[in-house]
Write a protein that binds this ligand. Sequence first.
Ligand code: PMP
Length: 338
Amino acid sequence: MTMTPPLRARALDLIGNTPLVRLEGPSREAGCDIFGKCEFLNPGASVKDRAALGIVRDAEARGELQPGGCVVEGTAGNTGIGLALVCNALGYRCVIVMPDNQSREKIDTLRALGAELVLVPPTKYADCNHFVHTSRRLAQETPGAVWANQFDNTANRKAHIETTAAEIWDQLEGRLDGFTCAAGTGGTIAGVGLGLKERDESVTIALSDPHGAALYQYFANGELKAEGSSVAEGIGQGRITGNLEGAPIDTQFRISDEEGLHWVARLLREEGLCLGLSSGINVAGAVALGRSLVAEGRPAPRVVTILCDTGFRYLSTIYNPEWLAAKGLPVFDWLRRD
Ligand code: PMP
């Protein structure tokens, strides 16, 4: 029997409702079923399309964003791409503030999508000229503008409660034992965690934290403390953001870039999935969670994680042997030139 893909009334409706795929290698390693939510299939090729749409819809509902208005955000990554597309679809201006040391591709991508870019010199968060503070000020000074504020605006996690969590639950017909992912803003882990716990308190929610982030220590023993570093983009948080407040985290894993890259490589070569490093870190976390649920004696546990964005966004970084070697990271076998 073939399944007919759904008809969508307009392009914005392509955000969300992503497929869930069983991951063969990770399932074999964990000894149970591991599923990946295919967020790289969103129009902006990342999970952040959901937050972008949620934040814009919330600002409209509160009357803050009027027809022809403007959305301002400080971001160098996927949120800017999501906001640029959503703003185009709804007729808003989109202004993105970012540090001027970001990769050429990021600047070119946002510009190509029609976002207005404001480039500022990189500086520490405590400096009032930091790109996040600049974006807040710019929003305040621009008539008809709203500040997306993805870290502390809980419209971000609400989008995941209402869409991502609900979809996962329906796709697995309520039969799942664990969920894990890493945190950037924390919108995904908190929103999916809250949404799943609403339906079944016994689903284990695990944080998969990269090195260099402070949340592993926070959830393990209450202390915001970072160790090591990571080259993963979009994840790694040093504070309890508004979106992370009250997140129902039951357990946590610390995942190295090497472990994440191991899964990025295997998912590409064994399953034909080209993903970014945060997805690899999530899958490493899902394997760890699956193993621990098996060890606890849960019968045939099912674990879900997020495949956050496409690897095509990282051709100059994790798919580039010179870049990997310069960072002291293992080069993928098939890219080795020696
Ligand atoms: N992976 C990537 C590639 C991202 O861009 C982000 C967003 N910052 C995340 C993971 C984490 O998502 P969240 O902000 O919902 O924690």
